[in-house]
Design a protein around this ligand. Structure first.
Ligand code: DGY
Length: 319
């Protein structure tokens, strides 16, 4: 009997993904509680032909340099791949795959949820009911603001942006977007040629672009100043797109009416001031966290891995 190839997986996967792996490979499963360093990642990957990771692992140039020579592919269970140094992987001849498409609807749902929760003060309201501080319905009690008739500005009209545009239009919003060039499928949203113009016309602004050196800190104080008074900010993409200081000051002053955030720079740590603000709705990076979507992501990550182990290109290669 031929020996099974070893594959190293940093985190637990949905059961059917783990079963698929176990049927064909010698699987080394990581522990969800571990914070990996370059050294512990390399130790985990010892003897493995493939390494399945998530955005919680930093595959820096140093971490990639430390990986054993057996590793042929880094397959990330995510669409985002900013945590993998692609140049370092290429330099070592290691392929990198990601999991686009399958998380589009789940993530757009969370963006809509954040938008509604932020504008309707859901977090504050829930806390009030739980604490017993609710004293009953009054005509002017606990008023939020309505999304119907408002303008949604989307930065980054990819698949998730388009899926959010559909949802927002169904809620009666007018949708504008800014990209480097008009998108092939903008789901009926209107292209705006400059970011300045988009900002000036966004009652709600939702971020859907990747985190790159160019987009890091994109939503800074100067850009927040360009938004209409009382605008709402939504982020399901990456925390590093926002300068936290600038957003927090704007939330405190009322320039920004509310924010809905699922992602944070340095997560799971986040700027402690967010937790003190009533007008922020905070979620723990769960954009794609449904059993259906995480299963599909796991399966796609395994497809990428398996392709490379079978000597062909991964279906979703980023390097
Ligand atoms: C991704 O896929 O990049 C998400 O942020 C994690 O689900």
């Amino acid at each position: 009997m031929t020996q099974k190839q070893r594959v190293a997986v940093t985190r637990r996967l949905p059961r059917i993904c783990e079963e698929r792996l176990a049927a064909r490979y010698d699987v080394r499963l990581g522990d969800d509680g571990v914070v990996y360093t370059a050294e512990t990642l390399a130790a985990h990957a010892a003897g493995a032909a493939a390494l399945l990771v998530t955005p919680s692992e930093a595959l820096t140039a140093a971490a990639i340099a430390a990986l054993p020579a057996t590793v042929k592919i880094i397959s990330t269970v995510s669409v985002g791949f900013e945590h993998v140094d692609l140049a370092a992987a290429k330099a070592r001849g290691i392929r990198v795959g990601n999991t686009p498409d399958v998380l589009t609807d789940a993530t757009a749902d969370i963006a809509l949820l954040l938008m509604l929760a932020a504008t309707r003060r859901a977090s504050e309201g829930e806390r009030m009911v739980r604490s017993g501080a609710w004293t009953g319905l009054r005509p002017t009690f606990f008023l939020g603001t309505q999304i119907t008739g408002k303008r949604l500005g989307i930065i980054g009209m990819g698949r998730i942006g388009a899926a959010l545009a559909k949802r927002a239009q169904a809620c009666g919003m007018r949708v504008l977007y800014h990209n480097r060039k008009p998108a092939a499928d903008a789901a009926g949203a209107t292209f705006v040629a400059t970011l300045d113009e988009l900002l000036a016309h966004s009652d709600v602004l939702s971020l859907h672009c990747p985190l790159t050196p160019e987009t890091k800190g994109l939503l800074n104080a100067a850009r927040i100043a360009q938004l209409p008074q009382g605008a709402v900010v939504i982020n399901t993409a990456r925390g590093g797109l926002i300068e936290d200081d600038a957003l927090i000051v704007a939330l405190q002053s009322g320039k920004i009416y509310a924010a809905g955030l699922d992602v944070y720079a340095g997560e799971p740590a986040l700027d402690a001031r967010y937790k003190t603000l009533e007008n922020v709705f905070l979620l723990p990076h769960i954009g794609s966290a449904t059993i259906e979507t995480r299963t599909a992501m796991g399966m796609l990550a395994i497809d990428n891995m398996e392709a490379v182990l079978n000597g062909v290109a991964p279906p979703h290669a980023v390097a």
